[in-house]
Design a protein. Structure first.
Length: 147
């Protein structure tokens, strides 16, 4: 069994692979970070998107509207409990959509992870938007008090 530090490094790695998948626009790489029955909860959606293959299809379709996305993830706060973990990762994105409009998004992922076939995967990601607006940061801000 891995040590707490090894597990935390592996979970940090999963978050970095997720970001790398976004930056490369690579659905297979991005999808590899999800558990088989992973769930992604996004603002404005009634229910989470569920299942790795469904997630990859959904993400690929959405990304068609955003030809340019820069996605950065901060090192996370992670708690490991056996084969399960929770984490919080703050992210920033600079996006240029298919119409040429630019937007900056800053937010936080509250995550549940599971060790699946010996590898850490996202079992659930809940995204909260902290800022969405012009790249000069003159848009609307939301407070975050944790989950």
């Amino acid at each position: 069994m891995a040590s707490d530090i090894e597990d935390k490094l592996a979970i940090q790695h999963v978050a970095q692979v997720y970001a790398d998948g976004v930056m490369q626009r690579n659905a297979e790489l991005w999808g590899s970070t999800w558990a088989e029955q992973g769930e992604w909860s996004l603002p404005g959606m009634e229910k989470p998107i569920t299942g790795r293959e469904t997630l990859k299809g959904f993400w690929s379709q959405v990304m068609q509207g955003y030809p340019y996305v820069l996605h950065w993830v901060q090192p996370g706060l992670i708690t490991v409990n056996g084969d399960k973990a929770t984490a919080r990762f703050y992210v920033q994105e600079n996006i240029k959509d298919a119409k040429g409009d630019q937007v900056r998004v800053a937010g936080v992922y509250d995550d549940q992870l599971v060790r699946e076939n010996g590898e850490w995967k996202f079992a659930r990601r809940d995204f909260t938007v902290l800022y969405r607006g012009p790249t000069d940061l003159s848009g609307n801000w939301s407070a975050y008090s944790g989950r």
